[in-house]
Ligand binder design. Structure first.
Ligand code: MN3
Length: 192
């Protein structure tokens, strides 16, 4: 059973003007698709061919880990955004953010700081560990799952995620992600 590229949960132009259709043509249509193709090449005919994506991530290192993790990271990241997203979280998620960061604005400040200070390619994450919310940043393909930590939300800070629309302005991209794209309903659904 080959690994498959999941359908985008919205049209390629649905996140514009923040993230253009051109970015998603490349980011989803080329980068994410290539990680899936590479993963299938690397697992075909091996003991990993019938494993779940999560099992491959837990077991693998090197190129196999990188491609498997990037498939997971991207599939997860698309659902962390939605057209007309952003705004304020509500309910149990808002209460947990206030409890663990002081306020939702403090969370946004800390998350942006992690996303902007990740040196080079990587990811910023909202995670849940031992009933507490926290922020993580990871390099390249690394992800909370590999460290036994549950991801609630992520923002891709590889340059391919923002360079067409924001050039080198990663801070503006992260601000726009938080203000206009983040899918709080999805994040809330990930809460234990
Ligand atoms: Mn990416």
């Amino acid at each position: 059973m080959a690994f498959e590229l999941p359908a985008l949960p919205y049209a390629k132009d649905a996140l514009a003007p923040v993230i253009s259709a051109e970015t998603l043509e490349f980011h989803y249509g080329k980068h994410h698709a290539a990680y899936v193709a590479n993963l299938n090449k690397l697992t075909e005919g091996t003991a990993h061919a019938d494993a779940s994506l999560e099992e491959v991530i837990q077991a693998a290192d090197g190129g196999l880990f990188n491609n498997a993790a990037q498939v997971w990271n991207h599939s997860f990241s698309w659902t962390c955004m939605k057209p007309g997203g952003g705004g304020e979280p509500s309910g149990a998620l808002a209460e947990a953010l206030v409890r663990d960061f002081g306020s939702v604005d403090d969370f946004r400040r800390d998350f942006k700081n992690a996303a902007v200070t990740q040196f080079g390619s990587g990811w910023a994450w909202l995670v849940e560990q031992d009933g507490k919310l926290d922020i993580m940043k990871t390099a390249n393909a690394d992800l909370p799952l590999k460290h036994g930590i549950k991801a609630l939300m992520t923002c891709d800070v590889w340059e391919h995620a923002y360079y067409i629309d924001f050039r080198n302005a990663r801070p503006s991209y992260v601000d726009s992600f938080l203000e206009h794209l983040i899918n709080w309903d999805f994040v809330a659904g990930n809460l234990s």
